[in-house]
Design a protein around this ligand. Sequence first.
Ligand code: NAP
Length: 264
Amino acid sequence: MDLQIKGKKALMAGGSAGMGRATAERLAEAGVELYISARREARLKQAAQEISERYHIAVTPIVADSSTESGREALFAACPDPDILGITIKPPAPNGDFLKVTPEMWRDSIETTLLGPIEIMRHYIPVMKDKGWGRIVNIATFSAKNPMIWRLMSGPARSALINYTASVSREVARFGVNINNLLPGMFQTEGMSESLEPYADAFGLEPNEEVVFTHFLENNKIPAGFLAEADDLAPMAALLCSPLSRFIVGQNIVIDGGQHHSLF
Ligand SMILES: NC(=O)c1ccc[n+]([C@@H]2O[C@H](COP(=O)([O-])OP(=O)(O)OC[C@H]3O[C@@H](n4cnc5c(N)ncnc54)[C@H](OP(=O)(O)O)[C@@H]3O)[C@@H](O)[C@H]2O)c1
C-alpha cells in the first residue's frame, strides 16, 4: 500500500527506541524526510544513522527532552514545520503502594506524560493549520482506558491526554489536521526492559526477566497469547500519519492483543 507521504517532513518525538523507533522506520520506508528526537544522544545518533542507511533518506537526530520547556524549544528550533508528528514520552516508573504516591510524583507524571505532548501539539497545530494539512499521533498507553493500580503514574495523566485530544482533534479536523492516539498494551521494548526493576520492586519480586514476565502474564490475560514487538504497532501509526486516514479523527486505538476487554 502506498501511504502517499513520500517527501513529507515527519518528526517522531521519542524515536530512538521502542515503538517510536519502529514508527520512525515505517515512515522512513514510505520515503519521508525524517527527524527523530530523544534524550540520550548516543542511542539517538546511532538510530538516525541506521535508519538513514537502511532506507536511503535524510534523518536528523535532535537531542531534546520533550518533558521540559528547554527540550521542547530545542525540538521546535531543529524541526520548525513538520507535516507529520508522532509523540511518545516515557512516564515515571511503576508505583508501589498507592498510599505512598506523593503530590511530587503526580506532578512529575503530569509534566511528562500530559504537559509534554500537549505543549508539543499546541506548538505545531498552528503550523499544520497554516499548511492546510497535518497528522499527529500520540503513542500513549492502554492504561488510559484500562486502569492498573501499579500504573498510576502513567494511566491517569494519559486519560487526561486522550480527553484533551478528543476535544482538540474535533476543533482542528476541518483544517486538514487529524489527531489520533494509539494505546499500546504490553510490548517487549527497550523501555519495558528498563521497567523490569521498578515493576519487580512494586510487587516485591526478584528483578529478573523470567520472574517478572511470569508474574505479569499470570496477572494479565492477553488473549493473543504473547507480548508484542514494537512493529506490532508501527504500521497502524504510519497509516494514521498518512492522507489515507483523512476520516479518522480523535480516535483511541487500543493495540493490546485483546487484553482490555470492552466494546469500544
Ligand atoms: N512497552 C510497553 O509494554 C508499554 C506498555 C504500555 C504503554 N507504553 C507506552 O508506550 C510508549 C512507548 O513505550 P516504549 O516501550 O516503546 O518505550 P522505549 O522503548 O523506552 O522508547 C521510548 C522512546 O522515546 C524516547 N523518550 C522517552 N522519554 C522521552 C522524553 N521525555 N523526551 C524525548 N524522548 C523521550 C526514548 O529515548 P530516551 O529515553 O533516550 O529519551 C525512546 O527513543 C511510552 O509512552 C510507554 O509509556 C509502553
